[in-house]
Design a protein. Sequence first.
Length: 338
Amino acid sequence: MEMAIEAADVGVTYGKTKALDGLHLRVEAGTVCGLLGPNGAGKTTLVRVLATLLRPSRGQARVLGRDVVREPMAVRATIGLAGQYAALDEELTGRENLEMVALLYRLPRAEARRRAGEVLERFSLGAVADRRAGTYSGGMRRRLDLAAGLTGRPPVLLLDEPTTGLDPRSRQELWAILAELRGAGTTVLLTTQYLEEADRLAQRIAVVDTGRVIAEGTPAQLKAGAGSDVLRIRLADPAAASSVPPVLAGLGAAGATPALDGPSGELTLRVARPDAAAEALRRLDALGLRVAAIQLTQPSLDDVFLSLTGRAADGTATGRAAGGTPSGHPTDEQEISA
Ligand code: ADP
């Protein structure tokens, strides 16, 4: 399989800060890789290295086999970059911005005009194409920025936090466009602070913390590594709750038993089976035990972080040790690599 992005032992140092500290990453061509990590993890720094905007102080990085330091022009010809770079000219219209980008890719003028029109339609910007970019809303700007990144039809797209600061609707729109790209065979490296975003769009996720990839895998593998789902059940008649644990036999994750919160009558159980909630409902229903509420909670970004680093994604220290996850897995970086 062809690798679109290969970073080996990449280091970048700013004064005493090691923004990247021996980072390894491989992204297969035609896939979407989510680079997930808290603020300051080094995500933008890696994007800048791959985009040839920043020279690494050690290690090697290649895009479609071209070395970012030795062959920067060849790398630039194969990438599109969007996100926090605001390469837009506010004085130009959306259309003029895209035509300019197309001309930078050395497309003939007629082709540049055609391509710009096509991309504007695709990003639902047709109606505002001839308005100055400076008058666009935040969501429109991001779409135009992404459109600019795609105008040259680059085989590799680097997207740095494309939805940070967007309202939920604009974020949804952008997700739809990115899902489309995923189907079109473009290789995408997407940095994000949102697990949900990586989860929806990326085939594989690399979790970055303090300048390194500390875990890598499919979204499902990462969540599995972060611990089991938790099933919560509340009966309509709390007094009957004590009869429930035997009914849930066999549904718990390895070694887990149902915990009963006396006063509320709520039962919680760590589960491993994807059908645990449905199966629990079936069994309780068969015994005539009416359920008032049932909920299956998946590990969140915080849980993933907590289990990998022993601290929350926002950097808050917790009582949990870094050496183990709630489910007792070791946390070394091989753990959830496929
Ligand atoms: P992320 O994109 O994951 O939020 P960055 O790559 O922006 O992280 O930053 C990684 C680390 O490098 C942070 O500690 C940040 O403060 C530091 N850093 C980034 N850019 C610079 C810079 N130009 N000068 C000094 N330190 C920087």
